[in-house]
Design a protein around this ligand. Structure first.
Ligand code: FES
Ligand SMILES: [Fe+2]
Length: 441
């Protein structure tokens, strides 16, 4: 017996299947609830298929149970019950996504880029978080952040992810700057006393030496979220970045948490990036963990890379120097990494509302050139770094699409390894977020 239900405080439609009486003792529940979809028609469409999967699973368990019971002369073995119970805690039966992910978006500071991405007046970037979009816009040299949703009747101000534009709604022309609002034919709106009351939904924006952070209602101050040491590192890098060489977008067909965890461990490099990252000779490296930040660093074994560093050192103004590969993860969605401090890459992972798509915006930032004559050589170098980075991310996106949907959980890793310390740290951040949330609300 089954039916479609809705659950209090949860979005979408769920299938509720009654567990046969004889299996209740093993499964330790009388019903199984499984999310179908957020859409009613879609839920009706897949209901039968999901129901069949669950019933097949019941049959499988019933068969095993009866078989073993017969084998042991009808004595019901406790360990058998336990074994079968474990099976039913299989991810297939768990509503996968109970995490308040939108709470994560609103409660943290997000490093979305650097001043060099917004050099031109009116340049902007759109950052997507589930079904919300935030525009970061340069208005006459002042950056401001607000939701891409017109307060009039909800149209998007802009559609292209990066470009230059003023903020005028295409629907009825409402226009905004950080300081003012303009409503055409304002006299037709008797309830609006003053135009300045009408504003798009503003986000907070803060900077650390050019790095731009946005947040809506953060748990912490930006400095408290990052901690002093990380603020120092970011300040030094922020000073040395001079130009945005490229911005690219890669679509991952997986949940954002899978994409992030993939970016946090070097274990997959030799399997997944055989020809791209692996030749650098990155190995186990060293991990440094803070509350909401983790760092991975490693020496590079490739002689070719180390020699080219010697050449580029003369051509670039390296203000913050280090050897090897280095990557900084800023919970929840951003990473900054560098090879030999000659270029910096930034990734911002944007979760989609469908729970199975993540867009990764990746930028390549370069340093100041020491003499003009090196420009051309350096441009060739940046071009090749940018192309290789894109290839690496495509490899990552491909492997992440192999990870089963709904398999992720916030528990510490079951198989622990030194190579995945940052993955465990990420899960700990998720659990810490949840405990802050539950103490607050
Ligand atoms: S919806 Fe934007 S001006 Fe009407
Ligand atoms: Fe990777």
């Amino acid at each position: 017996m089954s039916r479609i239900i809705q659950r209090n405080g949860r979005k979408g439609f769920y299938l509720q299947v009654v567990v046969p009486r004889e299996l209740r003792e093993i499964i330790r529940t009388s019903t199984i609830v499984r999310k179908l979809s957020n859409d009613k028609a879609e839920s009706l469409k897949i209901k039968r298929q999901v129901e069949e999967q669950i019933i097949n699973k019941f049959d499988e368990i019933k068969f095993k149970y009866n078989f073993k019971k017969n084998e042991s002369n009808n004595l019901i073995d406790e360990s058998l019950k336990k074994e079968l119970y474990e099976k039913l805690r299989h991810h297939f039966f768990e509503p996968s996504n109970e995490l308040n992910e939108k709470g994560i978006v609103l409660s943290y500071w997000h490093c979305i880029g650097h001043d060099v991405d917004f050099k031109e007046i009116n340049s902007y970037q759109i950052i997507k978080f589930f079904n919300a979009e935030v525009i970061i816009h340069n208005y006459r040299g002042k950056l401001w952040a607000f939701e891409n949703c017109c307060p009039h009747r909800g149209a998007k101000f802009l559609k292209k992810n990066f470009s230059t534009s003023q903020i005028t709604c295409p629907y009825h022309g409402w226009t905004f700057t950080p300081y003012s609002s303009y409503i055409p034919r304002k006299d037709k709106f008797p309830e609006i006393n003053s135009t300045s009351e009408v504003r798009p939904k503003l986000w907070k924006i803060e900077k650390i030496n050019g790095f731009i952070f946005i947040s809506y209602k953060p748990f912490f101050t930006l400095h408290d979220q990052l901690g002093k040491e990380v603020v120092d590192i970011i300040s030094k890098i922020g000073q040395s970045i001079n130009k945005n060489y490229s911005s690219q977008e890669i679509i991952f067909n997986c949940d954002w948490k899978i994409a992030i965890e993939n970016a946090l461990e070097p274990y997959h490099v030799s399997c997944v990036h055989k020809d791209t990252l692996s030749p650098l000779g990155i190995s186990d490296g060293e991990n440094i963990l803070y509350d909401w930040v983790s760092i991975f660093k490693d020496k590079i074994k490739s002689k070719k890379v180390r020699n080219s560093k010697k050449i580029f050192e003369k051509m670039l103004q390296i203000k913050y120097d280090f050897d090897g590969y280095w990557s900084l993860y800023l919970y929840p969605f951003s990473m900054i990494s560098s090879t030999e401090a000659t270029t910096f890459a930034h990734q911002f992972y944007q979760p989609y509302d469908d729970g199975n798509t993540t867009s990764c915006l990746t930028k390549l930032w370069c340093l100041e050139t020491s003499k003009e004559q090196y420009e051309e050589t350096l441009n060739n170098f940046y071009k090749s770094v940018s192309e290789t980075n894109l290839q690496i991310f495509q490899e990552d996106a491909e492997i992440c699409s192999y990870v089963n949907k709904g398999i992720w959980n916030k528990k510490p890793l079951f198989f622990k390894s030194d190579l995945e310390v940052k993955v465990d740290h990420f899960r700990k951040c998720i659990r810490n977020f949840e405990s802050i949330m539950s103490s607050k609300y």
